[in-house]
Write a protein that binds this ligand. Structure first.
Ligand code: GLV
Ligand code: MN
Ligand code: MN
Length: 412
């Protein structure tokens, strides 16, 4: 049995999903539980039902589409990703794994294959941290990493809680019940664009992920003193933005000087109050994202940042408060699934390399309750989280084929 991937069907679905957006095409913005997210979910569910899968949603909106195997009680083989998108994103992040997973399942069904273990497509809720400040909400709950009551209290910028917002979107039930029984999955595989340049640079079409880097994020509030941009003399200033500028560069330097290319740090949000041309900034809010494949090295950057906050605060007479939002451990992929993916690549004469995922994914948390691995395909210039994100039809179809083969092997 060799599954045949219907490339045109898959690509037209990627286009269709990309057009469900809060922004003008080609920009994709699809924030969790926004009107466009709800529309995308309904569209995705319809595609799964059309494919003959049985769809269920849990209390946070994680969506499961199941193809029952001949032993329905046996642990399932899972695949999937997310369909939410950060502001000003492209159409491939997450979507390639969600729709590629669906296409892989359809291709297996159409080839006459009959699985012993059920095969389940899983679309995670809010992989992106945009709305509630923390990424991988769905998979944190599925894996029991985040307790239901703590998740329910998370607030968006408007002050609405996850509890209120998810119920408003029609997802009721108890968040505590989202956690999956361990043993639900025999294996879980996420297909994804690389979101970095390495496959393209090496002209290798596939990457098999062996490890997912450890992410951490913080929200930093700096408070100084405002006033008239003309009247307040320089020695008297306690400018919150100047303090923020020092801190941002110190964080960059801490990440640059660990001696490892795997350490990365980003300040992606800088909100300045009051934000007037002739007013000294009195308050600044920063977001900080620090990641590394090595947990100790990442934590050392966080400690350096903490010490720097103290010294800048003393020197500039500003208060700096850093709130830790998450600091997660890295995950190792399961050697047996890595081998199954490698075997499928070899079967189809496809070159591949082992890789580290520097981006986080729901698989980071699924690894706590199931053996996981990820399959990466190249994306042009390594671009992601921007509207010109692009993966070629050939690469998408190739990744989907290798995924289908591997789902078949693992579900036999
Ligand atoms: C996921 O989108 C990440 O930021 O790695
Ligand atoms: Mn993303
Ligand atoms: Mn993603």
């Amino acid at each position: 049995m060799t599954p045949t991937i219907d490339r045109d069907r898959l690509l037209s679905e990627i286009e269709a999903l990309g057009s469900i957006s809060e922004a003008e095409p080609p920009v994709v913005t699809r924030i969790v539980f926004s009107a466009s997210d709800l529309k995308a979910r309904a569209w995705m569910k319809a595609r799964c039902e059309e494919a003959g899968l049985t769809v269920r949603e849990d209390a946070v909106g994680n969506t499961f589409a199941r193809w029952d195997g001949s032993e329905p009680g046996a642990p399932a083989v899972g695949t999937g990703s997310h369909i939410d998108a950060i502001p000003n994103a492209g159409k491939y992040d997450g979507v390639v794994g969600a729709l590629g997973g669906l296409e892989a399942i359809r291709a297996l069904r159409e080839s006459g294959f009959r699985p012993r273990h059920s095969i389940e497509l899983l679309i995670f809720t809010s992989e992106e941290p945009t709305r509630f400040g923390i990424g991988c909400l769905g998979s944190r709950l599925l894996s029991g990493t985040l307790p239901g009551d703590a998740a329910g209290k998370l607030k968006d910028d408007g002050g609405a809680t996850l509890e209120e917002v998810r119920k408003g979107a029609g997802f009721n039930g108890d968040l505590e019940q989202v956690k999956l029984q361990s043993g639900h999955y025999k294996a879980f595989i996420e297909l994804h664009i690389e979101q970095g340049p390495l496959l393209e640079r090496q002209q290798i079409p596939l990457g098999i992920v062996t490890k997912i880097a450890a992410p951490a994020s913080l929200r930093v509030l700096i408070e100084g003193s405002g006033g008239h941009a003309g009247g307040v003399l320089m020695p008297d200033r306690r400018d919150a933005l100047c303090a923020a500028a020092e801190l941002i560069l110190a964080i960059e330097n801490a990440a640059r000087t660990t001696g490892a290319i795997d350490t990365v740090a980003t300040v992606g949000i800088c909100e300045v109050f009051p934000g007037a041309v002739n007013s000294i900034p009195s308050r600044v809010h920063l977001s900080v994202d620090i990641r590394d494949t090595d947990l100790q090295r990442r934590d050392k950057v966080m400690q350096t940042m903490e010490a720097t906050c103290q010294s800048i605060s003393a020197k500039r007479q500003v208060s700096i408060h850093a709130e830790l939002l998450n600091a997660d451990a890295p995950a190792d992929c399961a050697p047996a699934i890595v081998e199954a993916l490698s075997h499928s690549c070899r079967k189809h004469d496809q070159k591949f390399i082992p890789m580290v995922s520097r981006a986080y994914h729901d698989s980071l948390f699924m690894a706590r309750i199931a053996p996981v691995a990820m399959l990466f395909i190249p994306c042009r210039n390594g671009y992601s989280h921007r509207p010109d994100e692009y993966a070629s039809p050939e690469d998408i179809a190739r990744g989907t084929l290798v995924l289908a083969e591997t789902l078949a092997t693992l579900s036999e």
